[in-house]
Design a protein around this ligand. Structure first.
Ligand SMILES: [Zn+2]
Length: 438
């Protein structure tokens, strides 16, 4: 029997009426121990941890790589009930956040391991057996790196904490980074193109979007609110409302590569044309699926294509969707789940065939096209080609990064212990100060 968790499917910060839902993950009941923990990962709630993992600076300014495992004191672990489940914790109780965090990671892995066709192998497997999933409440960010997935929190305008451990989308996004690293590895020094950084953020958002579409309540809400017009589906298209960097990204966007050829500042912004293209591919596959099921006419599908570039087509399109959805809501649900799995399969197979070195968006488009040709005989080839071309992907490339941070362009989470060996050695005095700082 699978293990039960109680998860906020809709972030409690975006919708205060939201309540946790009963969700099962594939781990057999009884296989998840205190923490929660299993043979591949564990949650820890450190007490007295002051710094996030990754590249840090010592008390005298020397850079160093700070990595798990946390060896200091920790809060009492979340415990399974007598049957091995974790859904007995209520929001606000000690242990709820740890259980929620683990449940979100495990749920997202369930979804993507099915698409990948095998369990994810951690990219840090040479260094650690297990992923440390840790809570760092005073830190305003979330990250995945060598052996760690760490989440902090933000404050709302009234100063109340918004822990990222309760936000499925943010956690699933970090698992997305784990999926990319696990399959692609880390780019070799000097082989990292700017678009690789955008690809990381884009694919991580896609991982989160597709994972959220595995909650029946999300699919039902999206369909009830949009009657199948996915471009109105805020739950699916908006990312990180309360996320690190306060970046507002949308999968439903019109950004193209032309905006980035002269340079870019932030990989989350750079990710938008690619995410937009993938979302449009998903929407077009859904429309095809609706036509095949005779739920909408080919004319309505054409109207949907026009609406992507001409807002005047939106109102008649919505009328057509409203009428069609009212006739067969179950058919719409089946078509959407089909489109989700086709897109998830395309994305995961594309990932298997990409190389982290010299990766750019053009490679993503080419590989996805080739994957579709091999898997379906090119059934979605025209959809893929059209949506990537519309973003000028493969035609125009991101220019140089416009530096805004002192740290340099190489992401901290890209660093592996080998890189740590190349950092300058810390003096004895600085190491002593650091040890005392906790
Ligand atoms: Zn990210």
């Amino acid at each position: 029997m699978a293990t039960r968790f109680s998860l906020f499917v809709q972030s409690p910060f975006e919708d205060t009426r939201s309540r946790p839902e009963l969700v099962t993950v594939t781990s057999p009941a009884g296989s998840i121990g205190p923490g929660p923990s299993d043979e591949r990962m564990y949650v820890v709630e450190p007490l007295g941890k002051t710094r996030a993992y990754g590249l840090n600076r010592g008390p005298l300014g020397t850079p160093y790589l700070y990595l798990p495992a946390w060896a200091g004191p920790a809060a009492a672990p979340a415990l399974p009930d007598a049957q091995g489940h974790f859904d007995h914790y209520r929001p606000g109780e000690p242990g709820f956040m740890a259980a929620h965090l683990f449940g979100c990671v495990r749920f997202t892995l369930d979804v993507w391991e099915r698409y990948l066709g095998q369990p994810l192998e951690w990219h840090f497997r040479d260094g650690y057996d297990r992923l440390e999933i840790s809570l760092l409440p005073q830190w305003d960010n979330a990250q995945y790196g060598y052996g760690f997935l760490e989440v902090g929190s933000q404050e709302d305008p009234l100063g109340r904490p918004l822990p990222f451990a309760l936000d499925f989308d943010i956690i699933a996004h970090e698992v997305g980074h784990a999926v990319i690293y696990g399959v692609l590895g880390v780019p070799a020094p000097g082989a990292e193109y700017p678009e690789y950084l955008g690809f990381q953020e884009s694919f991580a958002d896609c991982v989160s979007l597709v994972a959220a579409m595995h909650f029946p309540s999300v699919v039902d809400t999206v369909l009830a609110e949009t009657r199948g017009n996915l471009y109105l589906a805020n739950r699916l298209t908006r990312f990180s409302e309360s996320a690190p960097h306060r970046q507002l990204r949308s999968a439903n966007n019109t950004h193209t590569m032309a905006e980035f050829v002269h340079g870019w500042k932030n990989e989350h912004e750079l990710s938008q044309p690619l995410t937009g293209a993938v979302f449009d591919v998903l929407a077009d596959i859904f429309h095809e699926s609706l036509v095949e099921r005779r739920l909408i006419s080919p004319e309505v599908e054409q109207l949907a294509d026009i609406a992507e570039v001409d807002a005047r087509a939106m109102a008649p399109l919505q009328d057509a969707f409203d009428a069609a959805f009212a006739r067969d809501a179950d058919g719409f649900r089946e078509a959407l789940l089909d489109a989700r799995d086709i897109a998830g399969g395309l994305l995961s197979k594309t990932l298997w065939h990409l190389d982290a070195d010299y990766l750019d968006y053009g490679a993503v488009a080419r590989v996805m096209h080739a994957v579709d040709a091999a898997e379906t005989g090119g059934r979605y080839g025209a959809i893929i080609a059209r949506n990537f071309a519309r973003r000028q992907i493969g035609e125009l490339h991101a220019g140089p990064r416009i530096q805004s941070r002192k740290q340099g362009s190489r992401m901290s989470r890209n660093l592996i212990p080998f890189d740590g060996a190349r950092l300058p050695r810390m003096s004895y005095r600085e190491r002593m100060l650091l040890a005392r700082a906790g």
